[in-house]
Design a binder for this molecule. Structure first.
Ligand SMILES: O=P(O)(O)OC[C@@H](O)[C@@H](O)c1c[nH]c2ccccc12
Length: 264
């Protein structure tokens, strides 16, 4: 049976073909944002006590309505004020209700690292990420070959962006230890079944090379989750729904970060 990931990737392929016809790469590279210097998420996380990367996410395949009533620029400004290290902005439209315009609006609102959260399967999307304001791109091991990950990571680094490589099991991690990536994210959510458990972050932590910043992604609901994972070497915590499902995500992020600082 086709999983949701297969469906998303299939859809992306068509979408990218169309985009390449509408806007060839040479025009993407002419964006005023294309040559700017990027913010470093890995540096921000290393310096931070809380390590929170706060995500803007309206909906997802498993949650059709997280929060559709907010303005991305307002959410992002409040995340930065709350003391987040950076933000992740969903740019997939069909399955998550985001867009590249969201990323651009985010870029014009804040001065901290932005991750383009999408399903990257083609170099075109990396150029597009840079041209629309991203500092970091996500590469998902479950949908790419180790060779693609190596090549994509090199290109992203050449463009001045950092790479967050997302894995969900030992095989995906071990197959990609050669890639030049700055950040490794362990997704606590199995994208094939939607099950969530922080156990996977704990299990994989000791297999991640020291020089890569460890990030635990998804399903994090409380400060005790992040404080416990810090003991396993995690320095970054990617949180979407816990903040976005509230009326004021920035306020939720602020309370979360203040609580971490109090407990430490
Ligand atoms: O909303 P959560 O459970 O806090 O999760 C955030 C983030 O980790 C999640 O949105 C995510 C992780 N990897 C992805 C890949 C694609 C789309 C989304 C994601």
């Amino acid at each position: 049976m086709a999983t949701i990931l297969d469906t998303i990737v299939k859809h992306k392929l068509t979408e990218i073909q169309l985009k390449k016809e509408l806007l060839p790469i040479k025009y993407v590279e002419q964006s005023p944002l294309f040559n700017r210097a990027c913010f470093s998420l890995s540096q921000a996380l290393k310096k931070s006590e809380s390590g929170i990367i706060a995500e803007h996410k309206r909906r997802s395949p498993s949650k059709p309505n997280i929060n559709q009533n907010l303005y991305v620029n307002e959410v992002l400004v409040s995340y930065q004020k709350a003391g987040a290290c950076g933000s992740s902005v969903l740019t997939d439209n069909s399955f998550f209700g985001g867009s590249l315009e969201d990323l651009q609006l985010a870029r014009s609102s804040v001065q901290f690292p932005l991750l383009r959260k999408d399903f990257i399967i083609d170099e075109y999307q990396m150029l597009e990420a840079k041209a629309n304001g991203a500092d970091v791109i996500l590469l998902i091991a479950a949908i790419l070959s180790p060779q693609q990950i190596k090549n994509f990571a090199l290109l992203a680094n050449e463009l001045g962006m950092e790479v967050l490589l997302e894995v969900h099991n030992t095989e995906e991690l071990q197959a990609n230890l050669q890639a030049q990536v700055q950040l490794i994210g362990v997704n606590n959510r199995n994208l094939k079944t939607f099950e969530v458990s922080t156990e996977i972050s704990k299990q994989l932590s000791s297999l991640i090379p020291e020089e890569m910043v460890k990030i635990s992604e998804s399903g994090l609901q409380s400060t005790s989750d992040t404080l416990e994972l810090r003991e396993y070497g995690y320095r970054g915590f990617l949180i979407g729904e816990t903040f976005m499902k509230t009326e004021n995500p920035g306020e939720s992020a602020k309370n979360f970060i203040e609580e971490i600082e109090r407990k430490k």
